[in-house]
Design a protein around this ligand. Structure first.
Ligand SMILES: NC(=O)c1ccc[n+]([C@@H]2O[C@H](COP(=O)([O-])OP(=O)(O)OC[C@H]3O[C@@H](n4cnc5c(N)ncnc54)[C@H](O)[C@@H]3O)[C@@H](O)[C@H]2O)c1
Length: 343
């Protein structure tokens, strides 16, 4: 038996449909459904960091995210992803960069190593596509984005793909030049006006859907700004005051036990400080996808969604890309050994 490992660069991932948002959203919908059915293994995320919780927004961190996902995927592997907030500012590098390793379902041998940077941001955007499908008002027109980084780029691609009436995007960032660059770049891809606004308040007020994807360690969003009938998709860590969550009619998450374990998100901090009872959680997203719980029920509900991010999302998407790469002979074969020294 050979020991070949297929190496896929980001360009290879793109050649295998890595930028296909519609496919990523449908794939994530399947992942949430499987997550709810329990056909997965998800060891807790391990975080390598150089200090306490707040140190992550200064020095960064590296997350190790292993998992197995069943259903049609039957795939195992791990995403190893760094996040250094200073990278875009000091080194012209993305904040987050990662690799994904896939393992054979039977021999468990590593079979692929690929860029995980693009897959990770696509699946994070795609998750929000699923969220909006079930929890946004169907007639949502205005989208507010706080944080002009990588994640809000894929958030925009996903939300544009599932909200047909979207006609205005507001983008804001502490660094105005990043917001300008975002608007210039993304308006070439998404054919709706993208307006730079000066404050998070402007981005949130009058928005039907808004997303925070920043690296702040201080909460930004105030509950007074949040409109009736809106959907708030919380992607970063501690980005809103507690009252935003207290005043939401439905609180939905991807994986509650993983959120409690990770401990850096607003809702996990609230839980730790006895400000949020487990019984106040409306549901995990998979229960809504599988029709066990209702999604949005009327146009007045304020709905709050928070994701911690699960390795099984990355592995599901990576396993599709790996299959396609093999079919199309894309990538570079590397060999672990000619003959293993010891068996
Ligand atoms: N939930 C998930 O599954 C998931 C997945 C990936 C990333 N994330 C999180 O998303 C966040 C954004 O990641 P990214 O890759 O886009 O980072 P990025 O560095 O590319 O962009 C972050 C942007 O936020 C801006 N910012 C910082 N503080 C701000 C504030 N107070 N107000 C407005 N803008 C502010 C920065 O200037 C920067 O432009 C990170 O916290 C990351 O951990 C979550």
């Amino acid at each position: 038996m050979d020991s070949n490992i297929l190496f896929l660069s980001q360009e290879d991932v793109k050649s295998c449909g890595g930028l296909n948002m519609e496919n990523a959203i449908n794939t994530m919908e399947q992942v949430f459904s499987i997550h709810d059915k329990g056909d997965y293994v998800l060891p807790n995320k391990t975080t390598l960091r150089w200090g306490d919780r707040d140190s992550e927004s200064i020095f960064g961190r590296i997350n190790s995210m292993p998992g197995y996902i069943g259903g049609d995927f039957n795939a195992s592997g791990i995403k190893w992803i760094s996040g250094a907030p200073q990278n875009p500012f000091k080194y012209d590098l993305p904040r987050a960069a990662g690799i994904i390793i896939l393992n054979d379902p039977e021999t468990l041998m590593p079979v692929a190593v690929m860029d995980g940077t693009l897959i990770s941001s696509m699946r994070t955007g795609a998750n929000s596509g699923v969220v909006a499908r079930y929890l946004a008002r169907k007639d949502s027109q205005k989208l507010g984005l706080i944080g002009a980084g990588v994640q809000n780029r894929t958030q925009l691609l996903a939300l544009y793909s599932v909200l047909p009436e979207l006609n205005e995007v507001k983008i804001t960032d502490l660094d105005n030049s990043r917001a300008q660059a975002f608007a210039n770049e993304m308006s070439k891809i998404v054919p709706i006006p993208i307006k730079v606004v000066d404050t998070a308040e402007e981005a949130v007020r009058a928005s039907d859907v808004f997303v925070t994807a920043t690296v702040t360690k201080e909460p930004i969003i105030k509950s007074d700004w949040v409109e009736e009938g809106s959907l708030y998709i919380h992607v970063g860590s501690h980005e809103c005051e507690f009252d935003v969550i207290h005043k939401s009619n439905k609180v939905v998450v991807d994986d509650w036990s993983e959120l409690k374990h990770r401990g850096v998100e607003t809702i996990s901090i609230m839980y730790e400080e006895n400000e949020f009872e487990e019984t106040s959680l409306y549901s995990e997203l998979g229960e809504i996808v599988n029709n066990k719980r209702k999604g949005r029920e009327d146009n007045q509900e304020r709905i709050y969604f928070n994701s911690v991010g699960m390795g099984i999302e990355d592995i599901a998407l990576a396993s599709q890309i790996y299959k396609l790469a093999k079919q199309q002979n894309i990538g570079q074969l590397l060999s672990l050994w000619n003959k293993p020294e010891f068996v």
